[in-house]
Design a protein around this ligand. Structure first.
Ligand code: C2E
Ligand code: CA
Ligand code: CA
Ligand code: CA
Length: 381
């Protein structure tokens, strides 16, 4: 949990207003209390970490800073927030308050309308995150995103049967930022929606260019984030992107992670059906890393299960991983789905998976993700 202390010398009516706003902002089960003359304490329960705390406090600060009217007069209040974490920063309310107060003074001396944690390491993490977020906000306009394509091949005849689109962010100073670092941030900030839209459009344009060169382009698979998948209008966006390049749905596949699909199954099934109606194939990605209910799995209108590379890595040596791969292959086939294994790095893994009846593989063993041109050379062979 988290304690924030808000300090400001303002009138009582305004403080009451701020208190009401704070109460409206936090979630059920969180606590807002006034301590002393103009300090508030907000206790947020069950936060996954520093990042999540930062996001919530920023939202509170932004909301408080919006002007409001009391008795016909406009007011704007800014706050300096000190944040400390329980139990890391202490386990009694008095100690936590003391920590929060030190952090609050820090936030105030930094100019107000911001928040500080009470340890240098946390503050450094926050600064780094804010810098990354700032850079990410402009990345689309500055044209810093690039798409790479990784082929996947059939284990029956070795033909390239699909391409997965993998997003790359090339920042002039930060260098190549791995998706594992910026995709979760883009997801949290909502930037994933415009970025994801760009990926869809750029992939369609690339398909069109390859085709214009006379290449036979296999289906191209795009990863969808949870937020993008839930955003209304995704099917519209995709239909428009396809139409703009004269492509039909059979040219695309979409990868939805198991955990995305398993949150609110009813809604997920409805969203999947809309995408299927466009003629697009669907894959359940990172299979095995979340928890699937078999009953739900049957309801999804999907075409592929994609075994996560965590289970492929030691499939030859770890009986537990082998058992998961084998069970996934059997399960998929009994549901009439195809199975793709990702992260296949060597011959032994490939042969093992082939013997177990896996349909397709993807991984460094066949090819790493490549830029459009290099991939075209491969398709032309
Ligand atoms: P993923 O969907 O599980 O993608 C597979 C990841 O495995 C990719 O990492 C790929 O480069 C990597 N990979 C492929 N073959 C091998 C191999 O043989 N060995 C190993 N060790 N790794 C291999 P990458 O490109 O870093 O992407 C990481 C994750 O970021 C992806 O995981 C996906 O969840 C996400 N992502 C990438 N592009 C997009 C995108 O456009 N939109 C969204 N929403 N997520 C994306
Ligand atoms: Ca994927
Ligand atoms: Ca995957
Ligand atoms: Ca994966």
């Amino acid at each position: 949990s988290l304690v924030g202390s808000f300090g400001h010398a303002v009138g009582d009516d305004i403080l009451r207003h701020v208190a009401a706003r704070l109460t409206a902002l936090v979630r059920e089960g969180d606590t807002v209390a006034r301590v002393g003359r103009d300090d508030f304490v907000v206790v947020l329960g069950d936060l996954p970490g520093v990042d999540a705390a930062g996001v919530i406090v920023r939202r509170i600060l932004d909301d408080i800073a919006r002007p409001f009217a009391v008795d016909g007069h406009e007011f704007a209040v800014t706050a300096s927030v000190g944040v400390c974490l329980y139990p890391g920063d202490g386990d009694s309310p008095a100690v936590l308050l003391q920590h929060a107060n030190i952090a609050r003074l820090e936030a105030r001396s930094a100019g107000g309308n911001q928040y500080c944690f009470d340890t240098p390491a946390m503050n450094a993490a926050v600064v780094q995150r804010q810098a990354l977020e700032q850079a990410l906000r402009g990345a689309l306009e500055r044209g810093e995103f690039v798409l790479h394509y990784q082929p996947r091949v059939s284990l029956q005849d070795g033909a390239i049967v699909g391409l997965e689109v993998l997003l790359r962010w090339q920042h002039p100073e930060l260098g190549l930022v791995p998706p594992m670092e910026f995709i979760p941030l883009a997801e949290e900030t909502g930037l994933i929606v415009p970025v994801g839209e760009w990926v869809i459009g750029a992939a369609c344009r690339q398909i069109r260019r390859w085709r214009d060169c006379g290449l036979a382009v296999p289906p191209v698979a795009i990863n969808l984030s949870a937020r993008q998948f839930r955003s209304g209008g995704l099917d519209r966006t995709i239909a428009d992107a396809l139409a703009a390049e004269g492509l039909d749905g059979a040219q695309l596949e979409l990868e939805i992670t198991e955990s995305t699909a398993m949150t609110d199954v009813g809604e997920a099934v409805a969203a999947m059906q809309k995408l299927k109606a466009l003629g697009i194939s669907l894959a359940l990605d990172d299979f095995g890393t979340g928890y699937s209910s078999l009953a739900y799995l049957r309801r999804f209108p999907i075409d592929y299960l994609k075994i996560d590379r965590a289970f492929v890595r030691d499939v030859v040596t770890e009986p537990g991983d082998a058992a998961i791969c084998i069970a996934t292959i059997r399960l998929a086939h009994s549901l009439r789905l195809k199975v793709i294994a990702e992260g296949v790095e060597n011959e032994a893994q490939m042969e093992y998976l082939r013997r177990q009846g896996c349909d397709e593989i993807q991984g460094y063993h066949f090819s790493p993700p490549l830029e459009g041109e290099a991939l075209a050379a491969m398709l032309g062979e």
